[in-house]
Design a binder for this molecule. Structure first.
Ligand code: ZN
Length: 323
């Protein structure tokens, strides 16, 4: 017996609606895949790198089927990450004047509900320019030639997230934090990003972010100062305008802080040089100063982008906080 299977793939719009002109005679087997067409990003979940995360909805009506991905759904975390990533790329980055994360981003989500670690942005597929002073596994794939590089491209993620929260707000803030690292990676070369990631590995014994004098910790200082600061700007200050229900702000609440006492790189300092009250430098100018391997170089880059009066103010604020 021959069975004819008709497959049709359509993308939902930004509100989650879909349509197709194709007609089906019998019930349709529906599956939702987490692949974003405009940016090309994929969420890796239940199939890891073999296919985008997917949720099978079974055989349903041939005239259409509607399914709400609520918090009980196994796809809820993927959908929340999907929405936050889409808003980051298509709303926040253009409105704040910074580069989006690279296209075709691969976001791997792992189910580790008890970990305190929310995620990381190794951007492994963007290490191609990295020097081979370390015996990295990428060098191994380069050694294997084109096939090895293709394998590398298809199997390693750019962003890693852990499914350890049932708070939409917390997940959005985490996604924005990690994607701000991805936007940083667009501004610098593969060598830079390699050192940023190596710093995290080499200083693991002295805490998640190392110490000011650890190997390559300048990269951590610059990258995480930006990460925690931009998380605040993206989430606390800009989500009010783009939250799913713009007329209902009750769903929105500030969930994250950025002060000058937390972490050795004191991300709150950036809040003090640009914010609702003080504008010594714009947000996008801070972003464009990130090609720095130490906090002092980062500060000098920022000072070079503003008037001498504002440069003096930036100097004073860094000095006041002993950084
Ligand atoms: Zn970070």
């Amino acid at each position: 017996m021959n069975t004819l299977v008709r497959v049709r793939r359509v993308y939902t719009d930004t509100s989650g609606y879909y349509s197709t002109s194709k007609k089906f005679l019998t019930k349709v087997n529906y599956t939702v895949y987490f692949h974003n067409k405009p940016s090309g990003f994929q969420i890796w979940g239940n199939h890891y790198c073999l296919a985008p995360a997917s949720l099978s909805l079974g055989n349903q009506s041939n005239t259409g089927y509607s399914y709400d991905i609520d918090q009980q759904s196994p796809a809820w975390f993927w959908a929340t990450v999907n929405n936050a990533t889409s808003i980051y790329s298509h709303v926040l980055c253009p409105s704040l004047g910074i580069y989006r994360a690279p296209t075709n981003l691969r976001i791997a989500i792992f189910n580790f509900p008890n970990t305190d670690w929310n995620g990381s942005a190794p951007m492994l597929r963007h290490w191609r320019c990295a020097s081979c002073e370390y015996n990295t596994y990428q060098s191994f794939f380069i050694y294997l030639g084109t096939g090895g590089l293709l394998f590398f491209d298809r199997t390693v993620p750019d962003i890693i997230l852990f499914n350890n929260s049932d708070s939409t707000h917390r997940i959005y803030a985490t996604v924005f934090h990690e994607l701000s690292h991805a936007s940083h990676s667009v501004l610098v070369n593969g060598d830079y990003w390699f050192h940023f990631c190596m710093a995290a590995v080499l200083n693991n014994s002295t805490g998640t972010y190392g110490t000011p004098n650890g190997d390559f910790c300048g990269y951590i200082g610059v990258g995480e100062m930006w990460g925690f600061f931009s998380e605040i700007v993206f989430y606390n200050e800009n989500m009010k305008n783009v939250w799913h229900r713009p007329n209902d702000t009750s769903d929105y609440r500030e969930i994250t802080t950025c002060d000058t006492t937390k972490y050795w790189f004191k991300p709150g300092i950036l809040r003090k040089i640009t914010g609702p009250d003080k504008q010594y430098i714009s947000f996008d100018s801070i972003y464009r100063s990130l090609n720095a391997t130490s906090i002092s170089e980062f500060k000098n880059n920022m000072k070079n982008r503003v008037s001498s009066q504002n440069a003096h103010a930036i100097d004073s604020i860094f000095a006041r906080h002993e950084l």
